[in-house]
Design a protein around this ligand. Sequence first.
Ligand SMILES: [Zn+2]
Length: 340
Amino acid sequence: MTDIANIFLAPCSREQKTGTYRHFQETILDGVDPSEYTEIPDFDLDKVSVWGVVSGNQSHWEKMEPGDRVLFYTKRKSYTHAATVLSKQENNSLAEKLWTSYDEGRRVEDLDEEWPYIFYLTDVERVDIPSEALHGNIGWKAFYPQSFTRLTENRKGRLVDKYGSLTEALRQHAKNETGKAPEEISKETENLLTEQAPPELTESTTEYTETERRIRSSAFRRAVLDAYDETCAVCGAQRKSPAGNPEVKAAHIYPKSEDGSDDVRNRLALCKFHHWPFDTGWISTNDDLEVIVRTEPSTETYDELASYNGYSLYLPQESNHHPHQIFIREHRRLHGFEKV
Ligand SMILES: [Zn+2]
């Protein structure tokens, strides 16, 4: 596997750069619909993440190549998101459309300038990279990145000397999202898969500390993805991002918004394409664990979904991890498949 060629650091701290952080939320986290802007190349994506820098940072941007990694500093002393560069484009008119000017946290000389040095990103993921540790290893004293920066050859060299590669350096710096050792999570994952208590429709009122809650939630996600072998229960897709992360998510059957239980039997692994129709009630499952598709008012424009009607779900090997009837019945009731 080839190593990352470049690492870029992008400051958009929630505290100090509120305007930048707002842009970050809108065009990185939420993403932009390419069909709404003629300037955006055709990536064949529903949403693409976009970022732009001012001319003061142009020299860094010029060295940017597809596959480079960008780390976003949004929290005090922490890079919270990482993303991979798809391509770049200089485009002032797109910048004007995407980002409204603001003056909080901008240097005065930047005030009237747009962010025309644009780049497109994919695989935006949540990370937790403490800036002090990373900056220490590249020989920076400040914990705060001053401006959009590409790590110089010298600074990259320090990371490669210490970790063998930039990929490994980032991996080593990224704390687990819970801040806990992965072993604790795998132990919890195992517990969740061996628990045999009768299912409860809603979550018990057990009070968890923030850390316990986060371990449980990571462990649940892992348990469900393991049980389903990272396969979409509806269509069997097993897609992964270029970085190797599975597409499927551990969807609740009886939803979290109704206080639905955190129980492996109240979850389904679903790909992006089938998560939404399941959550919104276009599809559900019968007691035989076959897909049922809503036929009213008309499914004409939902042919792809309708084609799964009657398909058996892809299920975990162990039947005690299968969706439990108490959850799927409530899912059907909630979405009007079953009369109350
Ligand atoms: Zn699917």
